[in-house]
Design a protein around this ligand. Structure first.
Ligand SMILES: Cc1cc2nc3c(=O)[nH]c(=O)nc-3n(C[C@H](O)[C@H](O)[C@H](O)COP(=O)(O)O)c2cc1C
Length: 327
């Protein structure tokens, strides 16, 4: 089966579903209309249904895709995907065979993001339709453990005939070409689409990403979800991380015990949580700053970005991003 045909793509470019309001219907629709695969990131179920409808309306005939961020996904999110008969779902940072089957029984194409051979084998055992092989250089939360191009062939070998997409380090068309030459069916880009006009990220967050000279792998923004993530530096990492990104003792201990908080997390976190966070207080949630919020919040929140950011110089339209990655 050809991945591009199955999901009606003109080009092998996939926009990562970025949760918490960064990749909403506006971005996914713009990417889909440009011939790529737009993915709606995690959001409250009512908004998710509206975003699905928006993509259908603004990118008629294109595939609709939803990213289910499993630590925060509830039954209502799954229901929204099933009811709307979306074309594909990316099951990320969790999942199981029963969920994969349920989605597939509704005709939905299921992808899972993996970063180790063991995770790839597990996903294949679940019966997923395709894998996303994430590299450690990727932005946002990480399952990736080695460079994407190093991991890709291992994932391809495990996936048998299933398509494998490469995520991490995709900034320009040459990166897409290298991934395809190494056996990828398409590329998944997050940071490139974070830095678009249609993303929901705060403009000051985008500016910090463009200005960054390094990224940090850390767990400091791990309250409620103590997983590894890649960010650009800000006042929080300056105060609470060592040079290599590892958090100091206080946030490490607090985050390590905070896992169950994800189950209590209210549907709409953003504003309410960031209002309470302070650079001096080692309690940092995974919430990222969105447009419309105070600019100062970029110094108290996670500024997710991948190493690909270090090769980007401007915010562009989503269409330009698709065209530039596909050229
Ligand atoms: C701001 C941001 C938010 C992200 N949020 C999610 C998410 O909600 N779910 C997910 O599966 N991956 C998420 N990712 C990771 C992407 O799926 C992808 O692996 C990564 O962006 C690839 O690396 P790149 O950013 O260098 O393109 C996020 C990435 C970024 C940059």
């Amino acid at each position: 089966m050809d991945f591009l045909d199955r999901l009606r793509l003109d080009v092998p470019v996939v926009q990562a579903g970025m949760g918490g309001g960064i990749a909403g219907g506006r971005l996914a629709a713009a990417v889909a209309a440009a011939g790529g695969l737009g993915t709606i990131g995690m959001m409250p179920p009512v908004e998710l249904r509206a975003a699905i409808a928006r993509v259908r309306e603004e990118a008629s005939g294109r595939a609709v895709v939803v990213n289910l961020l499993m630590p925060f996904a509830r039954r209502h999110h799954v229901r929204a995907c099933l009811d709307a008969r979306v074309d594909a779902v990316v099951v990320a940072f969790g999942g199981d065979r029963a969920l994969v089957r349920e989605l597939q029984d509704a005709g939905i194409f299921v992808l899972t993001m993996v970063g180790t051979e063991e995770q790839a084998r597990t996903a294949v055992q679940w019966g997923v339709d395709g894998l996303i092989a994430q590299g450690r250089e990727a932005g946002g939360h990480l399952v990736g453990t080695v460079a994407a191009l190093e991991f890709l062939p291992r994932a391809v070998a495990i996936a048998q005939d299933r398509p494998v997409l490469l995520a991490g380090g995709v900034a320009v068309a040459a990166d897409t070409a290298a991934a395809l030459a190494a056996g990828a069916a398409a590329v998944v880009a997050g940071t490139r689409f974070l830095l678009t006009d249609e993303s929901g990220a705060h403009p000051e967050y985008q500016r910090r990403v463009l200005d960054a000279r390094i990224t940090l792998e850390t767990t400091v923004f791990g309250l409620g979800w103590p997983a590894r993530h890649r960010v650009v530096p800000n006042a929080v990492t300056a105060r609470w991380c060592r040079e290599d990104g590892a958090p100091r003792r206080a946030p490490s201990l607090i985050n390590a015990w905070s896992g169950p908080l994800a189950r209590l997390t209210p549907e709409k976190l953003n504003g309410s949580v960031l209002r309470l966070q302070r650079p001096q207080l080692p309690l940092f949630s995974p919430v990222a700053p969105l447009e419309g919020e105070p600019s100062a919040w970029v110094n108290r929140a996670a500024l997710y970005a991948g190493d690909s950011a270090l090769r980007m110089t401007e915010v562009v339209s989503a269409k330009q991003a698709v065209d530039e990655l596909a050229a």
